[in-house]
Design a protein around this ligand. Structure first.
Ligand SMILES: [Mn+2]
Length: 357
């Protein structure tokens, strides 16, 4: 595995490359051209500038999170072919720049859903949290306004204000898109992009839906092992793979995370590792990465990645906000650095105990 941290870019992130370089074992960052809009072709100069800046700091650009997929592709309207052509061109340019891992998602309207961005835990830290009752009581158009006060001035990826201003319109676009239609639109997209992925060895890593069930009646197709297998089989190419995000699949306690990792051997191209604490089945909050702080067995998750020969980029996922840091919720430096150190420690222990046998 290659330990990485997500980095939003100069001007967007409160964390600097210099700081990331000082986290032991972190070799790369996962980034994106944050200023681009879904559907645009990425400029070669901008890709190069991002890469050069990261490399000048002694790190690698280990992957892109995300190249966002335009709503026309997700909804399958006739304009999708033009947007797919643009997506292919962006992938080509990333491939030419020696980028080989691309994360994306196929979630309608909302990239991810939380009901609180700063729930206080017993230790005084604040975390993102989700309560089903709050979602059920909420008008989706007001979702953004209800959490916007807690973003510490950051623009939350997937919750950009200009996008949220169009929520009503977005819901209308998806009104006749059910799970089957969304699935066939995903397959159509994947079949179209596989040739360029093969040409440049670009591993596509779809991010799961978060949470792993339908919210606001919107369809969700990346939520469980059965559903993942269905689209991996539909486009059976090793470049069609997944991001294994423990904190997203883990929102559904029926998902056996280590078992999923083993079943998906060879198709996991990127790993997000984080822990959740369940207060009830319908209420969870993000925890420190340490197993005992949450509900997941992080040792078993990392062990399953090790045993399946996972060699892609891995990153600690959302961290708690601690030590007075002011940062984008989930994306401060301190707790993610602790998470990286912890995952590195688990990995070293597993590797050494395995090779000593
Ligand atoms: Mn994730």
């Amino acid at each position: 595995m290659i330990m990485t941290l997500r980095w939003y870019g100069t001007g967007y992130d409160t964390v600097t490359l210099k700081q990331i370089r000082q986290i032991p074992g972190v070799r790369g960052v996962i980034s994106t051209l944050y200023g681009t809009k879904p559907g645009e072709v990425w400029e070669r100069e901008e890709i190069k500038a991002l890469k050069d800046e990261i490399e000048a700091a002694g790190l690698s650009l280990s992957g892109i999170e995300s190249v966002n997929v335009h709503d026309a592709i997700k909804t399958g309207v006739p304009e999708r072919d033009g947007y797919i052509a643009n997506y292919i061109e962006t992938l080509r340019r990333l491939g030419e720049a020696d980028v080989h891992t691309v994360c994306y998602n196929f979630m309608p309207v909302f990239d991810w859903t939380r009901t609180e961005l700063a729930r206080k835990r017993a230790d005084g830290s604040t975390v993102l949290a989700y309560t089903q009752a709050a979602v059920d009581a909420l008008d989706p158009e007001k979702m953004f306004a209800s959490i916007a006060g807690d973003t510490n001035g950051s623009v939350m990826p997937g919750w950009e204000p200009d996008r949220m201003a169009r929520v009503k319109e977005l819901f209308a676009m998806y009104s006749d898109v059910d799970e089957e239609k969304l699935f066939s639109n995903l397959v159509y997209f994947l079949k179209a992009i596989m040739p360029v992925c093969n040409e440049f060895d670009i591993k596509m890593a779809i991010h799961p839906d978060d949470p792993a069930w339908s919210v606001f009646g919107l369809p969700r197709i990346v939520t469980s092992l059965d559903k993942i297998k269905r689209f991996l089989d539909a486009v059976d190419d090793p470049h069609n793979g997944i991001t294994f995000c423990s904190g997203s699949y883990g929102t559904n306690p029926d998902n056996d995370l280590p078992d999923m990792i083993r079943a998906l051997k060879g198709r996991i191209h990127f790993a997000h590792v984080r822990n959740l604490k369940f207060n009830s089945r319908d209420d969870f909050e993000e925890a420190a990465h340490l197993s005992s702080d949450g509900s997941f067995d992080m040792y078993e998750i990392v062990r399953a990645l090790y045993e399946t020969g996972f060699d892609g980029p891995i990153r600690p996922d959302h961290g708690r906000t601690i030590w007075g840091e002011v940062a984008m919720p989930g994306y401060g430096l301190y707790d993610r650095a602790l998470g990286a150190a912890y995952i590195n420690g688990l990995w070293e222990a597993i590797e050494k105990s395995e090779t000593r046998k």
